[in-house]
Ligand binder design. Structure first.
Ligand SMILES: *Cc1c(COP(=O)(O)O)cnc(C)c1O
Length: 411
């Protein structure tokens, strides 16, 4: 594989035009879109419009006139198109952690008499922390079985299981679970599944209704490029909507919020998953990112993602084999999300040296170097350049200095 080969791939890339929709510094190769997506160029003007005209001039009339009240639904319906959901099954609201609390609580209520929840040890911490919170505040006992080995998840789901909470793409390794097989197993024994799509929404096609999924959450600020702290989305299958009751029953989840009744009556549809007033500026910004993914489509995005991660691994084998890295992501792209991770005992300092050279990935304790590939704005030439820069850092040992060993608050 040569630089010229890689250049040819960029020339022939059907997504080459998508990069123009994003604002990226010239001197940066951004391999961290799995943590914070890049900024869509249109985000700045959209936010300015919302702030200056809609808020500054139209004031409270904007809830109706500028459709602020509909935003969580409108963007939800757009995301539905990316994850195989139907209109009216997705709403954009709050952060993932809060939505996990709502969904786990609602799902447990739908399975009274069962006291077991299956999840994965080493799942993204907030998923596990929210479960701890639910466990400690519930009147009835809840046994949380955090399975350590991904191959043992299916066999851990049994007739006592009320709910299964899993993240399909592992946030560290990028390993992809078989969503269909796990959902089928759960349903066979009468359990419900909540899918955390944080590392798959906008990165690979997900077909929630084809696999009969029950509930899902996902992140707005990773591959959907919604901006820092963008609201997340909640999916509930239509068949569950009449009975799913989440505990944060605020006025935005009410059937008729502007009747101002003393009694809570949940909205008929997906709106019942909301709680209170939503951040309009964040929603408007998030919509800009979602629109770009919709324009190019998940099939093209996944095709390029697979080629990019395959290329990264191939170049890694060719140029970095001798430096003590260990690939922890699956080699087979069928089992891999849109990221590649390696371990290295000096991973933190190596990543800092790489970032200092403009190649931005991230580090996940204790020893993982993580590289995310966002096909909408990355070029194959970036993959080449990232590997060459890393090879040079390793060859010269330039990572081995004090400056790169100071641990920052956010890694
Ligand atoms: C990024 C991520 C989250 C983020 O949760 P927030 O509450 O939005 O901060 C949750 N779960 C997983 C698996 C993630 O990757």
């Amino acid at each position: 594989m040569t630089e010229a080969d890689v250049f040819e791939w960029d020339v022939a890339d059907p997504l080459a035009g998508a990069r123009e929709s994003f604002s990226l510094p010239d001197d940066v190769i951004y391999l961290d879109g799995n943590s914070l997506g890049a900024m869509p160029r249109a985000a700045a003007s959209r936010v300015q419009e919302v702030v200056e005209r809609e808020w500054g001039h139209d004031l409270i009339r904007s809830w109706n006139d500028n459709h602020w009240f509909e935003l969580p639904y409108r963007i939800g319906d757009k995301i539905a198109g990316l994850i195989g959901a139907d209109t009216g099954e997705v709403v954009v609201t709050d952060c993932v952690s809060i939505n996990l609390y709502k969904l786990v609580s609602a799902a447990l209520k739908l399975r009274p008499g069962r006291s077991k929840l299956v999840t994965e040890a080493g799942n993204f911490p907030t998923d596990l922390y929210i479960l701890e919170g639910i466990q400690s505040s519930r009147a009835q006992p809840l046994e949380v079985n955090a399975v350590a080995d991904r191959d043992q998840i299916i066999s851990a789901i049994d007739e006592q299981t009320a709910v299964v909470l899993l993240t399909d793409v592992h946030y560290k390794t990028g390993h992809l679970l078989d969503m269909a097989a796990i959902t089928t197993r759960a349903h066979d024994v009468g359990a419900l599944v909540i899918w955390d799509l944080c590392h798959s929404a906008g990165a690979l096609p997900v077909d929630l209704n084809a696999i009969g999924a029950d509930f899902a959450v996902g992140c707005g600020y990773k591959y959907l490029n919604g901006g820092p702290g963008a609201p997340s989305f909640v999916f509930a299958a239509k068949r569950h909507l009449p009975d799913a009751r989440q505990p944060l029953s605020g006025w935005w989840g009410h059937q008729s919020p502007f009747v101002f009744s003393d009694e809570f009556e949940p909205a008929d549809g997906i709106g019942r998953m909301m709680s209170g007033t939503q951040g309009v500026i964040g929603l408007a910004c998030a919509e800009v990112g979602v629109d770009i993914s919709l324009r190019f489509g998940m099939t093209a995005i996944r095709d390029k993602s697979v080629r990019m991660t395959d290329l990264f691994i191939q170049l890694f084998d060719e140029h970095l084999a001798e430096y003590g890295f260990q690939l922890v992501s699956p080699r087979d792209s069928q089992h891999r999300g849109s990221q590649v991770a390696f371990t290295h005992a000096e991973g933190y300092a190596i990543m800092q040296a790489l970032i200092a050279r403009g190649v931005i990935g991230d580090f996940r304790a204790p020893d993982i170097l993580r590289f995310g590939f966002a096909p909408l704005y990355l070029r194959y030439a970036d993959v080449w350049q990232a590997i060459m820069t890393l090879a040079e850092i390793m060859k010269t040992g330039s990572w081995d200095c004090d400056e790169f060993k100071v641990v920052n608050a956010v890694t």
